[in-house]
Design a protein around this ligand. Structure first.
Ligand code: ZN
Length: 523
């Protein structure tokens, strides 16, 4: 009997040994399988522009890693999981996304997800303010369709822009969620990394989905130009977020300003807190929501604002140069069509800029593909007279006639493709083949322009991004018309939740009690 037992043990050991020779990873912990997907755009329903699929500059497979330095080949996080990147697209803000583009991008993402399922986690990297023709709450629709493919068990960690919207169904279907804590978004990558870190931590620790998700819709709708975190009250409000997220039993806390240029019930501010401690999750969310509500009347434009004619008067009279004027209504980085000609038409009509001896002014920018073609024919140094702009948004002014000398032609920009500088009187007008935001000093210097040595720089932008902010000697935000008009009362909302601050004067205090959203497994 003993002998038989001994032989059996030997056999066992031999088999075990053989197995470990064949499978050297047997004792290694199995890495979690985590997929990556997401579409990012903010799109204005108040702009006649439409956004097509190519605007998303889609990356698929391993190319998706290039968005995330914290997932680079040698990074710690890359080694913590078996990553399965699918499709990610990121578009400049613009008009409503066509239904065809949305369906195509979502279908491609779902097919890629299907191929490698199941997953322990999904990093869902979205902006949160996409508008799609004939479809409400696209991100909510997208995540439901993702769930249909990957199932309810997978932990989804969603990363968003604080100008995105968190609908109830997005809150229901995601497990972890966070958004930027700075505007301008200097912490974009840090926020995305936090979404990934939280996901990995929850999977590795075995804690899984958070026990509680508190969601509080707040009836406030403000433009980004009033809610920069560089100045009060945005600064103090957002300063509360990180300490809140460090409290016991809390995974993450986040405040969304929401997106003001779409007319859907989901467009408003939101607070969400996730974690395992019911009391802390609930009270922290309510504290943040109440802090926002209490500060609501203190949100003002981040810089002085004035009508355009007054802004130009001030810039011309000023001794501080460059005097930057934000042409806010057609800001392409907020969702404007980018080709509104109203502002440049007004500038060129001013007598001060008619002659070369006038104050130097850079206007950035106006798309005009036909103008660009003609400029190439004429060449640098040649005279041109041709029209640009207002191909998409001609509600405020028709295409503008530009008669002047071609100063520069540059090829190869990712967005503009071809850029032309034409000097009209004392104004340097940048005309592009396709629309492009001018946010960096190099955007100007590569065209031979020096914004630091120019009297007046007019840019289609809202609040200044850090580079332009640092260049400015003075700055005013001009209230110009366009798809992202900052005067929200002029937009004429029909479908947002009412009452809404500040549109409805003297509204009563809302109920800001946290709602605990059921786990994604229970819906
Ligand atoms: Zn944003």
């Amino acid at each position: 009997m003993k002998k038989i037992l001994f032989s059996l043990i030997l056999l066992f050991l031999a088999l075990g040994c053989k197995q470990s020779i064949n499978n050297p990873n047997k004792d290694k912990k199995k890495l979690p399988r985590i997929a990556i997907a997401g579409l990012a755009i903010e799109s204005s329903t108040f702009s006649p522009a439409l956004t097509h699929e190519e605007a998303f500059h889609v990356r698929v497979g391993d190319d998706v890693f290039s968005y995330y330095p914290f997932l680079s080949k040698d990074s710690l996080n890359r080694k913590r999981a078996d990553w399965i990147p699918t499709l990610r697209g990121h578009a400049l803000p613009g008009g409503t996304v066509t239904r065809e583009a949305y369906e195509s991008l979502v279908t491609q993402s779902l097919e890629m997800l299907k191929k490698n399922a199941p997953y322990d986690g999904l990093f869902f990297d979205i902006h949160g303010a996409m508008s799609v023709v004939g479809l409400d709450d696209p991100e909510g629709d997208f995540i439901i369709r993702v769930r249909e493919v990957i199932g309810k068990k997978t932990i989804i960690s969603t990363s968003m822009d604080l100008h995105g919207n968190v609908s109830r169904r997005l809150a229901e279907n995601t497990d972890l969620i966070t958004c930027y804590r700075m505007a301008p978004h200097e912490d974009a990558l840090e926020s995305k990394k936090r979404a990934v870190d939280n996901l990995l931590d929850r999977i590795e620790s075995g804690k899984g989905k958070p026990a509680f998700k508190a969601w509080i819709p707040i009836p406030i709708l403000l433009p980004g130009e009033k809610t920069s975190t560089r100045i009060e009250p945005g600064k103090s409000l957002y300063a509360k977020v990180e300490p809140a997220s460090n409290k016991k039993g809390i995974i993450d806390a986040a405040i969304w300003i929401g997106y003001a240029w779409a007319d859907e019930p989901r467009n408003h501010a939101v607070v969400m807190v996730t974690g395992d401690d019911k009391e802390n999750v609930t009270s922290t969310a309510e504290d943040l929501a109440n802090s926002f509500w209490e500060a609501r009347s203190d949100f003002e434009f981040v810089a002085p604002t004035a009508p355009l004619d007054k802004s130009l008067d001030m810039a011309i009279a000023s001794k501080k140069h460059p005097f930057i004027i934000s042409d806010m209504g057609d800001n392409p980085t907020a969702g404007g069509a980018g080709d509104v000609t109203w502002t440049i038409t007004e500038i060129l009509a001013r007598p001060e800029f008619k002659f070369k001896t006038g104050p130097s002014l850079i206007y950035a920018s106006i798309p005009g593909p036909e103008f660009v073609t003609k400029a190439i024919e004429v060449g640098i140094g040649g005279r041109i007279e041709a029209y640009a702009g207002a191909a998409i948004d001609n509600r405020f002014a028709p295409p503008v006639k530009l008669s002047g000398t071609i100063e520069a032609i540059e090829y190869g920009d990712k967005y503009a493709e071809i850029e032309v500088v034409v000097k009209v009187g004392s104004t340097f007008v940048i005309v592009t083949k396709k629309r492009k935001p001018y946010h960096k000093e190099i955007d100007f210097t590569r065209l031979g322009l020096n914004p630091r040595k120019t009297d007046i720089v007019v840019v289609k932008i809202g609040y200044l991004v850090p580079e332009l902010y640092n260049i400015r000697a003075d700055w005013i935000m001009a209230q110009t018309p366009g798809g992202v008009d900052q005067d929200l009362e002029r937009l004429g909302y029909k479908r947002i939740m009412r009452p809404m601050f500040p549109l409805d004067k003297n509204m009563e205090d809302p109920d800001l009690k946290a709602e605990l959203i059921p786990s994604s497994e229970d819906i």
